[in-house]
Design a protein around this ligand. Structure first.
Ligand code: PLP
Length: 400
């Protein structure tokens, strides 16, 4: 009979995947659910990208590629990093994988031994701690504060580093907070890192171009070029180009680390889909108007969500500078009583209450390591956002 490895006991399925399954089940029962759990753009993949994939199929680009991706895709990634950050990467500093997620997993697998610590500022993307645990490491959660914009400060970094610290994960723009580290904030972190040469930085920049500040989120690799060999930049096409289902991500960093990731890749998937690679190359090297068009639309949705949630007594939205999530502080309604008599004692209760009473699906803050909060995705149309906000407002008004 099936006996799971010990590593399985250390991890759980992704809460966002679980939330999506709950929404699907309720919909299958015939309930109308306003789904604000999704972590993907509602836009379609740009037409020229689809055409590039079709052309690749027709041209017979349907075979294994090099483990680190096709030369054309690597060149397109280098061009994209040059364009967004002004950083010049060598070909040997680039690798690709089946999504940013897989690249992060392999980077941790390539570097962590039992007990190695990975600093993860909270709130964090749900997958980091479990990915660390799955690869024998120890996640060390570092709290952030509202005053600090939910970002890791130099002081907090300094005091969290130990002799076992292998990585610190920076995610800017952040999921779920939408926080973007400024160049000054990154420079302050760099000062600490210079004193701790054994610590590397996994810079998850998957949302870098979904920024409402007028420029892509700055990268530590560009702000502190002297630390560049210790920064692994991870990104991908999923979010910026509405290509989540194509499963294509990439990383740029120290060639020795990239080589180690390639070794693991060669023994796991060999390479990502050749067709997705052709599509991603077209996305990165072709016209960038999809980003120019979609970012103002996300900004409009953000403004609607922030205004709507901000007007509800007891809820406090964290105004995001990037990505497409709104993290909402719901401390103001914890302890209150629902019409059916249940008491909302934590953010999981709040989430279930909003689902039951308003048919609005959001994800509880406990999934992101910071409570009591919930996360709303605004990668959906303005009407859905307006309806959901109205439903949440009504549900909160019904509390005693
Ligand atoms: N990093 C963060 C912060 C994310 O939110 C996600 C997706 O939800 C990813 C990485 C992974 O993206 P993908 O594997 O689709 O490239």
């Amino acid at each position: 009979s099936f006996r799971a490895a010990a590593r399985l006991d250390r991890i759980k399925p992704s809460p966002s995947t679980a939330a999506a399954a709950r929404v699907r089940a309720l919909k299958a029962e015939g309930r109308r659910i306003l789904d604000l759990t999704v972590g993907e753009p509602d836009f379609d993949t740009p037409e020229h990208v689809k055409q590039a994939a079709i052309a690749a199929i027709e041209a017979g680009e349907t075979k294994y590629t090099a483990v680190n991706g096709t030369p054309r895709l690597r060149e397109a990634i280098r061009g994209s990093l040059r364009r967004t950050h002004g950083i010049e990467y060598a070909d040997a500093e680039i690798t690709v994988g089946g999504g940013g997620k897989q690249v992060i997993f392999l980077a941790l697998m390539a570097t962590l031994d039992v007990g190695d610590e990975v600093l993860i500022p909270a709130p964090y993307w749900v997958s980091y701690p479990d990915m660390v645990r799955a690869n024998d490491g120890t996640p060390v959660i570092v709290a952030t504060s509202a005053e600090g914009g939910y970002k890791l400060t130099a002081d907090a970094l300094e005091s969290a580093i130990t002799a076992r610290t292998t990585w610190v994960i920076l995610n800017s723009p952040g999921n779920p907070s939408g926080a973007i580290y400024t160049e000054q904030e990154l420079a302050a972190l760099a000062d600490v890192l210079r004193r701790h040469p054994a610590v590397s930085v996994l810079s998850d920049e998957i949302y870098s171009e979904i920024s409402f500040t007028g420029a892509p989120a700055p990268s530590l690799a560009a702000v502190a070029p002297d630390l560049r060999h210790r920064v692994l930049v991870v990104s991908g096409v999923s979010k910026s180009y509405a290509m989540t289902g194509w499963r294509l991500g990439y990383a740029a960093g120290d060639p020795a680390l990239i080589g180690a990731i390639n070794t693991l890749q060669s023994q796991t998937s060999s390479c990502p889909s050749s067709i997705s690679q052709a599509a991603a190359a077209a996305a990165l090297e072709g016209p960038q108007d999809f980003i120019a068009d979609s970012v103002p639309r996300y900004a409009e949705r953000r403004d609607a969500a922030v205004a709507g949630i901000g007007a509800i007594d007891g809820l406090l939205p964290v105004v995001p500078d990037g990505a497409f999530y709104l993290y909402v502080d719901c401390a103001g309604i914890i302890g209150r009583t629902a019409p059916d008599g249940r008491i909302l004692s934590d953010d999981q209760d709040v989430t279930l209450y909003l689902l039951d009473l308003a048919g609005v699906a959001v994800i509880q803050g406990s999934a992101y390591g910071q409570s009591p909060f919930f996360r709303i995705s605004f990668a959906t149309d303005l009407r859905t956002i307006a309806e959901a906000v109205e439903g949440i407002a009504e549900a909160v008004r019904a509390l005693r």
